[in-house]
Design a protein. Structure first.
Length: 345
């Protein structure tokens, strides 16, 4: 069984998305297992603690393991109390044996960055050596950040006893330009570039249902439109007439953020190409508006915080893949198939 540990230098580099795409390709010819020893995206479901990424992979691909059984822990303090280095090695070996039993490939996801978990022996480099696997780093950001991260790995990370496969550069704005200018430089450092994946705007969009869950919103109407995808955000802090003259308001699949008492703005949104409306300050609009939203299939999401806070939360939102994002999952598979040297990995 081959073991591949997927790590990153920074949070949100796209490790999970890369793994989803890789599995999409691998499952056509190989069986696979998955584990994420150190969880960093905590979920509480049905009185159990799960890691979001573990639950996502398990649900998308129908893994037999419960998400809670493919993660050791979420907190440094708990791991320090329960495991020393030898016990950590044994636990990892046990988990790898269970999740990888009868599989061709075991994919192991590292923590949020390369140093995460190093004090409790669960950083990506340590996990790679303990499992006798290969390490692949997913590097993303602007071109300068990518080169800085790769150079840092070369100069300061001890890979002497590690089977370091190389890097996949993710979310690259101009693949041809990056390849022409930087790939030879990276290769000359002795680091293999195993893929250059382009930035895809489609992967940054989220469904209204995802927003409802993220904002802990109450859905007042339009439940059948929760799969609508919000591609543009418009904060309705001005009058409806002024909004209608604003070019941003005419964009397709927009999400409107406005107060529940702004009936003029809500009606204008309902009469245009709107994916959903977030109503702030916990103000419920009149029944006629709720009824119209229901007829149009446009979700009304009620939240308690004000318009500024809501806009800030959505701006800070990380557009994670969900199990229902079939188009995104297919896109991730296509990107890995087209832009990554899977055989070399």
């Amino acid at each position: 069984m081959d073991k591949l540990v997927v790590g990153s230098m920074r949070r949100s580099a796209g490790k999970t998305s890369f793994i989803v795409g890789l599995i999409q390709v691998l499952q056509k010819q190989k069986t696979f297992g998955y584990m994420k020893p150190f969880g960093d995206r905590l979920l509480y479901r049905k009185k159990r603690l799960w890691d979001y990424d573990s639950a996502l992979i398990a649900n998308i691909f129908g893994l037999k393991e419960d998400p809670e059984n493919i993660t050791i822990a979420f907190e440094h303090s708990k791991i320090k109390y329960m495991y020393d280095e030898q016990a950590t090695k044994e636990k990892l070996a046990e988990m790898a044996a269970n999740t990888g039993e009868g599989k061709d490939v075991l994919l192991v996801e590292g923590g949020k960055d390369l140093t995460h978990g190093v004090s409790v022996y669960l950083d990506a480099v340590s996990v790679t050596t303990y499992l006798d696997g290969g390490l692949l780093l997913v590097i993303s950001g602007d071109e300068d950040s990518i080169i800085d991260d790769i150079t840092f790995v070369k100069k300061y990370v001890n890979m002497k006893d590690v089977n370091f496969k190389g890097v996949v550069c993710n979310k690259v704005q101009d693949v041809k330009d990056f390849t022409d200018i930087y790939v030879d430089t990276i290769t000359e450092m002795g680091i293999a570039v195993l893929g250059v994946i382009p930035y895809e705007t489609e992967l940054t969009y989220v469904s209204v249902g995802y927003l409802a869950e993220f904002l802990f919103a109450k859905v007042l109407a339009g439940e059948n439109g929760l799969n609508n995808v919000a591609k543009n955000i418009f904060v309705g802090a001005l009058s409806a007439n002024a909004a209608l003259r604003n070019p941003l308001f005419s964009k397709e699949d927009k999400l409107i953020i406005t107060g529940g008492d702004r009936t003029d703005m809500i009606l204008a949104a309902l009469d245009s190409d709107t994916a959903g409306i977030v109503l702030t300050n916990n103000i419920v609009p009149p029944p006629t508006i709720i009824s119209k939203a229901k007829d149009r299939g446009i979700p009304l999401l009620l939240v308690s915080f004000d318009t500024f806070q809501c806009a800030k939360k959505i701006d800070d939102l990380e557009p994670l893949v969900t199990k229902d994002d079939t188009e995104k999952i297919q896109l991730l598979g296509n990107l890995v198939q087209e832009h990554v040297d899977i055989e070399e990995i």
